[in-house]
Structure formats: C-alpha cells, structure tokens
Design a protein around this ligand. Structure first.
Ligand code: 3HC
Length: 318
C-alpha cells in the first residue's frame, strides 16, 4: 500500500474517532491502535482472572451463608468479566493461548492491586468497597470507548461491578456497627487497602506513557489522575458514614478546587509491585500457572466433545 493510501486511511480513521463512531474488528485501524487495545484489554482480562484469587481465598471462611453466596457470586462474575474481555481481545487477531502465555510468562501485566494479601474477613469488604469502587470509576468511561467489542463488554461488566461494590460496603457497614474488635478489623483493612487502591488507577498523568495517545483514540475517556480524584472525592464521604478514618493525614477538602487534596502516593511501592516484587506476585502467578496445568484435561475433554458434536452434525448432513 502506498504512503498516500495509508495517509488517507489514517485521515478517515481519525475522522471516525472524532465523530465518536465505534471501530469494529473488521474495520481498518492503525496497527498501533490495534496493539494498544490488545495490551490494555488483555491486561484488563488478566486482572479479572487474577483478581478472583485474593477473594476466592475467603469463600470457605465467610461468616454467614448470605456473605458466602454474595462472595461466591462476585468471584464467579469476575471469571465472566475475564472471559468477555479475552473474547473482545481475540477479535483483534490474537489467540487466547497467546494471551495466557503472556500472563504465565510474566510478559503481560495485571492490576497491581491483586498482589496484596487478604488477611482478615474485613479485606473482603475493603476490596468490594474500594477496589471494585475504583474499578467502576475506571470502567464506566470505558463503556464509551471507541473500540466496539470493548465498549459493549464494559456495559455488562459495570452492571455487575455495582453489586460488587455494594456487597463490599455492606460488609464494612456491618463490621463498623458491630463489636469494637470488628470495627478495628474494618479500620485495619482500610489502612492496608487505601493507598494500593489509589495506585490501581495507574501512574500520574505526567508518568503515564499511554494516556495521551489513548485519550486521542478515545480508548481512555478520562486520565488516570482525573479518575483517581473522582474516586477519592466519592469515597471519603463513604468512609465518614462508616465512621472510619482514611489513612492520609494530608487529606483535606479544598473549597477552591471542589476536590479533596491528598498526600503523596508512594510510587516506588507501586513500581516495585508492577515489576513483580509485591507481597503476593509470585503466589498469584504460580496459582494461575498451576490452574492452567491442572486444567489441561478439562480443555482437552471440551475440545474432544466439541469435535465429536461437529462430526455428528457433518454425518447428519452427508
Ligand atoms: N497495575 C499494573 N500495571 C499498571 C497499573 C496497575 N494498576 N497501572 C498502570 N500500569 C502499567 C500499564 O499497563 C503500562 O505498562 P505497559 O505499557 O507494559 O502496559 C504502564 O504501567 C504505564 O501506565 P499507563 O498509565 O501509561 O498505562 P494505561 O494507559 O494502560 O493506564 C490503566 C493504566 C488505567 C490501568 C488502564 O490500562 C486501564 O484503564 N485499564 C482498564 C481497566 C483495568 O485494567 N483495571 C484493572 C483492574 S480490573 C478490576 O478492577 C476488576 C474488578 O472486578 C475488581
């Protein structure tokens, strides 16, 4: 294809993005647009699947049937979110096996937040309230992202995330209105999950390598810092309702800006975790690789069954 032809295709593509049109898998798109979507959507999918591990750890230890059922439903939802997102990613010409290989080899990232341990039952509340709360803030704008399959997957995901956030807040509310020891357990969980939840929304806009281009392509509709500020502004009043103290002595409402000012985020910790040196990185990746190896027979059986079914159909037709 000549330089000229490529330039005109790029101009048409940019005009479609400007008109807020959805780009579909079979449409022409710049190779970089395709690649960055494979990067972000696959890492999003990996995050959903790895995100099942910290919570799955507490299903058998939930304090009541109601809590067990809600947590079980949430963890199952996360598996579904991962599958939607892997399917959306495959429309860009990458195979599921390639994506899993990228995760298992450590080539692909998943969200830093899932590399922290879940030490008490209150962590189930803090994850639902804070992590899924941050996820909703991050994912609602993605419902209007320019790539069609990603935007459509996000609509379904966001509906389920709001249940996740609400069941987490309910856990925290019960604990905060329980015994002093239960309230202390909730405060301890907030102390451990607050800052990693802020980091989960990505580095500052100044540090972010992808944000500028992702905003131009309407892959991102809000920047990392905008999402982080929205999360803080929304969550501080919720902590007040719980009677919990946010672990940030610099947190203060700024009448002028209409937002909360907040303290320094420890970005060294963030990058250490992203680079694989967080408290649970090895455990999480080993769990995923172990599940992949132990699940090989299920994949083989499903493929054999599918082949048998399709042979039956061919026999009927012949
Ligand atoms: N954890 C791990 N890596 C992160 C990260 C995080 N929290 N934030 C950023 N990074 C990585 C980026 O992937 C990028 O590395 P790469 O080039 O190797 O991919 C690098 O740090 C620079 O960051 P950028 O801000 O430039 O990267 P992005 O533009 O991709 O922004 C993001 C990061 C905001 C996480 C964006 O990718 C995004 O919005 N992704 C979709 C949402 C998502 O993946 N959420 C993860 C949690 S899933 C979840 O919450 C499940 C729920 O049910 C609990």
């Amino acid at each position: 294809m000549s330089e000229e032809q490529i330039k005109s295709l790029e101009a048409d593509f940019d005009a479609r993005i400007a008109r807020d049109e959805k780009i579909e898998p079979k449409d022409w798109m710049p190779e970089k647009y395709r690649k960055t979507h494979i990067r972000q959507i696959s890492q999003h999918a990996h995050s959903e699947i790895v995100g099942m591990l910290p919570e799955g750890n507490w299903i058998t230890r939930a304090p009541s049937l109601r809590r067990k059922v809600a947590l079980l439903a949430k963890v199952q939802d996360e598996a579904g979110h991962g599958l939607y997102l892997y399917s959306a990613c495959e429309t860009l010409g990458v195979s599921r096996d390639e994506l899993y290989e990228q995760l298992h080899s450590g080539k692909a990232k998943y969200s830093s937040i899932f590399n922290y341990p879940t030490l008490t039952w209150a962590d189930m509340g803090a994850i639902g309230w804070l992590v899924d709360g941050a996820a909703i803030i991050n994912q609602v704008p993605l419902c209007s992202t320019s790539f069609g399959p990603y935007a459509r997957a996000m609509v379904r995901v966001c509906k389920e995330e709001s249940f996740h956030q609400r069941q987490g807040f309910e856990i925290m509310y019960k604990l905060c209105n329980g015994t002093p020891e239960q309230k202390e357990m909730a405060q301890d969980a907030l102390n451990r999950w607050w800052w990693p939840s802020l980091m989960m929304l990505g580095p500052t806009d100044a540090e972010s390598v992808h944000t500028e281009q992702s905003m131009k392509w309407k892959l991102k509709r809000k920047t990392n810092d905008e999402l982080r500020q929205q999360f803080i502004d929304q969550t501080v009043p919720q902590a007040d309702i719980l009677g919990l103290k946010i672990p940030d002595t610099d947190l203060e409402w700024n009448e002028e800006t209409g937002h909360y000012d907040f303290g320094e985020i420890q970005w060294d910790e963030f990058w250490q975790v992203v680079k694989g040196h967080g408290p649970c990185n090895k455990e999480r990746l080993n769990a995923r690789k172990d599940a992949w190896e132990k699940g090989a027979w299920v994949r083989d059986a499903a493929m054999a069954y599918a082949e048998k079914q399709s042979n039956k159909k061919i026999e009927k037709v012949v």
